[in-house]
Design a protein around this ligand. Structure first.
Ligand SMILES: N[C@@H](CCC(=O)NCCCC(=O)O)C(=O)O
Length: 271
C-alpha cells in the first residue's frame, strides 16, 4: 500500500464519558487512533460528542458540514455504550449504558457524511449507528433473540482473549466486502450485545454470522463515496491481521482520493 508523505485527515468519533469524579471526558480508544494513523495511514482528528450543545438544528448542521468538508474520511468507533432506542422507536431496560451526546453527534454526521461522499468506515457501535441513522433498528439483547448465539465477549483481563476470532462470517457473494477480501468465509472477533434487527432501507448486507445469520457487515450502495460498516473489530492489532489490512487499505485509498480531490482547487490556484 502506497503511503505517500501526506496523510488524509480522518475524523474519529469520540464518546462522552463521566470520569467518576463528576467530570466528563470526550474519549476514544487508542486502538482506533492507532488504526487511523498506522493501518489507514491517516492523521486522526477526534470528533467530540457535541451534538446536544447545538440547540438550533441549522447551527449544528452548518458546523458539522464545515467539519465534514475539512475531513478526508470518518472512522466510527466502537463503545460499550448503546444507541438510545428512542431513535428507532423502542425503549431500553433500566441500567442500559447510553451516550446521548455521541448519538446526537454521530447520527446526523453519518447522514451528512454519506450524502457528501465522505468515506465512512464504521466499527461495532459504528455499524449500529449507521443502521439507525438510515432508518433501521437494533436488537438490544441479541443473545435473547430466538436462534441467535451470544455475541458478547468474555470479560477477560487479557485483551487477546476478548478480541480473539470467535465465529465465521458468510461474506455476501459479489458485494463490496467480497471484492475487498476475495473470500467468502472469514473468522472474526465478537464483542457486542446489540445488533441489526431491521436493516435500513438504503443498506445492503455484506456479511452474516454463519452460526445464526446475524448481520455482521453492511454497505450503502447508493452512497457517492466509500461506506463500509462492520460489527466486528478490525482495528484490534490491525497491522498483523491481513483481513483487517485489506479493509483499512480500501478505506485509506478512499480517503486519499478525497484528499487529492479536495486539494486540487488549491493546487490549481497556486499554479
Ligand atoms: N455497545 C454496543 C456496541 C458494542 C461495541 O462497540 N463494542 C466494543 C467496545 C469496546 C471497544 O471499543 O472495542 C453493543 O454492545 O452491541
Amino acid at each position: 500500500m502506497n503511503r505517500s508523505s501526506s496523510r488524509p485527515l480522518i475524523g474519529v468519533s469520540a464518546c462522552l464519558k463521566e470520569n467518576g469524579r463528576g467530570g466528563w471526558h470526550h474519549t476514544v480508544g487508542d486502538k482506533y487512533v492507532q488504526a487511523a494513523l498506522r493501518a489507514a495511514g491517516g492523521m486522526p482528528v477526534l470528533i467530540p460528542a457535541i451534538g446536544p450543545e447545538f440547540d438550533d438544528e441549522p447551527g449544528f448542521v452548518a458546523a458539522m458540514d464545515r467539519l465534514l468538508d475539512s475531513l478526508d474520511g470518518v472512522l466510527l468507533t466502537g463503545s460499550p455504550s448503546n444507541v438510545e432506542p428512542h431513535h428507532y422507536g423502542k425503549e431500553s431496560r433500566a441500567g442500559t449504558e447510553h451516550d446521548r451526546a455521541r448519538d446526537a453527534t454521530t447520527l446526523p454526521l453519518i447522514r451528512h457524511a454519506i450524502d457528501r461522499g465522505v468515506p465512512l468506515f464504521a466499527i461495532c457501535r459504528g455499524l449500529q449507528e449507521v443502521n439507525v441513522a438510515l432508518g433501521g433498528s437494533l436488537h438490544q439483547h441479541v443473545h435473547e433473540v430466538e436462534g441467535r448465539r451470544d455475541h458478547r465477549s468474555p470479560k477477560s483481563p487479557d485483551m487477546d482473549v476478548n478480541y480473539a476470532p470467535t465465529h465465521d462470517i458468510d461474506v455476501t457473494e459479489g458485494g463490496l466486502l467480497h471484492k475487498l477480501l476475495g473470500e467468502r468465509r472469514v473468522k472474526v472477533n465478537s464483542l457486542h450485545a446489540q445488533g441489526v434487527d431491521v436493516l435500513a432501507p438504503r443498506a445492503r448486507v455484506e456479511a452474516t454470522c454463519c452460526d445464526d445469520g446475524q448481520i455482521e457487515a453492511l454497505s450503502v450502495p447508493d452512497a457517492p463515496g466509500f461506506v463500509l460498516a462492520l460489527q466486528w473489530h478490525p482495528e484490534y492489532k490491525a497491522l498483523s491481521n491481513p483481513v483487517s489490512m485489506k479493509l483499512f487499505d480500501a478505506f485509506s485509498s478512499a480517503c486519499r482520493a478525497r484528499m487529492t480531490a479536495r486539494s486540487a482547487p488549491l493546487l490549481r490556484a497556486a499554479e
